[in-house]
Design a protein around this ligand. Structure first.
Ligand SMILES: [Zn+2]
Length: 257
C-alpha cells in the first residue's frame, strides 16, 4: 500500500479542516513541518488533531527543525539537537505521528568519526523515547548534498546498528548520486515500512540545489520502481505539494489498473 500526502498541515486552527480536505482528495499521509519550530504547543491541540487524523485514516509524521546537527563539534549544540528532536517526539506522540524525520548532521572536520558520533546521538534519543514509553520512531533522512552526512548507505547502517526508523528522500538520492539505484535501496532497506520523501529537484555537482514541482515522468519513474510488498508513505515536498500529491496518487491508481 502507498499513502500519498503533503509536507505541510498549516496553522493549528485550520488543521482539522486541512485534514478533511486532504482526505477528500484521497491523501492518506501528512507531514507536519516543524522545520522552523514546534508550532503545535498545546497538548489538547495535538490530541485533537491526532484524533481527527486517525478518524480520516491519515498517517501523520513530523519533520524536525532544520537547526539540528548530531555531529556538531560543540557539545551544547549536540545536546540542543537531541532536545529539539525529543521535543518533536513528545508532541508527535500525542499527535499519534509515526515518525519524526530529521537531518542527521554534517561531516564536520573529521569525516571518519561522523558515523559513530551520530550513531551515539541516535542511541541516546532512542533511550529517552524508550524511557518515556513512547511508540514514535525517529527517522534520519537521506540527504541531497554530497558534503552532508546521509547517504543511503549511512542511513541504512544507522538503522542496522540502532533500530531507528528512516526516511528515504528519492529526490535527494537522485541529486546526490545522479541516479536512483532502486535495487540497491531495496537491499539496504529490507524493512516492511518505508517513510519516503519525493519531489522534483534541481541539482548540480555538489548535489541538491532546490525542490521543484514533480513532473509526470518523475512520478512514473518512482512508482514503477517501488516495491509492491511494503507499506509506503510518500511525502511530497515540492512547492505545489498538495497538487503534486494528488497527481502522484492518480498516476499510481492508473498504473495499478
Ligand atoms: Zn528533510
Amino acid at each position: 500500500m502507498i499513502r500519498f500526502g503533503p509536507a505541510g498541515l498549516g496553522p493549528v486552527k485550520e488543521a482539522e479542516e486541512r485534514l478533511e480536505k486532504y482526505h477528500c482528495l484521497g491523501l492518506r499521509a501528512c507531514e507536519i513541518a516543524f522545520t522552523y519550530g514546534v508550532y503545535i504547543k498545546k497538548e489538547e491541540d495535538a490530541l485533537r488533531i491526532g484524533k481527527r487524523a486517525r478518524e480520516l485514516d491519515i498517517e501523520l509524521s513530523i519533520h524536525a527543525p532544520y537547526w539540528v546537527n548530531l555531529n556538531s563539534s560543540e557539545k551544547a549544540k549536540r545536546e540542543a539537537t537531541k532536545k529539539r528532536i525529543l521535543d518533536c517526539c513528545k508532541i508527535g506522540e500525542l499527535l499519534n505521528a509515526k515518525v519524526v524525520v530529521f537531518h542527521p548532521g554534517f561531516y564536520g572536520k573529521n569525516k571518519s568519526e561522523a558515523f559513530s558520533v551520530i550513531c551515539g546521538g541516535v542511541r541516546e534519543i532512542m533511550d529517552s523515547i524508550r524511557k518515556n514509553g513512547w511508540k514514535i520512531k525517529i527517522a534520519p533522512e537521506t540527504m541531497g548534498k554530497v558534503n552532508v552526512f546521509g547517504s543511503v548507505e549511512e542511513v541504512s547502517q544507522l538503522v542496522k546498528e540502532t533500530g531507528c526508523g528512516f526516511c528515504i528522500d528519492f529526490a535527494h538520492v537522485l541529486a546526490r548520486e545522479g541516479r536512483v539505484d532502486y535495487e540497491k535501496i531495496k537491499r539496504l532497506f529490507p524493512q516492511k515500512e518505508w517513510h519516503c520523501h519525493f519531489s522534483g529537484i534541481v541539482y548540480g555537482e555538489k548535489g541538491e540545489r532546490h525542490h521543484v514541482s514533480t513532473s509526470r515522468e518523475a512520478w512514473v519513474g518512482l512508482l514503477k520502481n517501488l516495491p509492491g510488498d511494503k507499506d509506503i508513505r510518500i511525502i511530497n515536498e515540492s512547492p505545489t505539494l498538495v497538487e503534486d500529491s494528488v497527481e502522484g496518487l492518480k498516476i499510481f491508481e492508473r498504473m495499478r489498473k
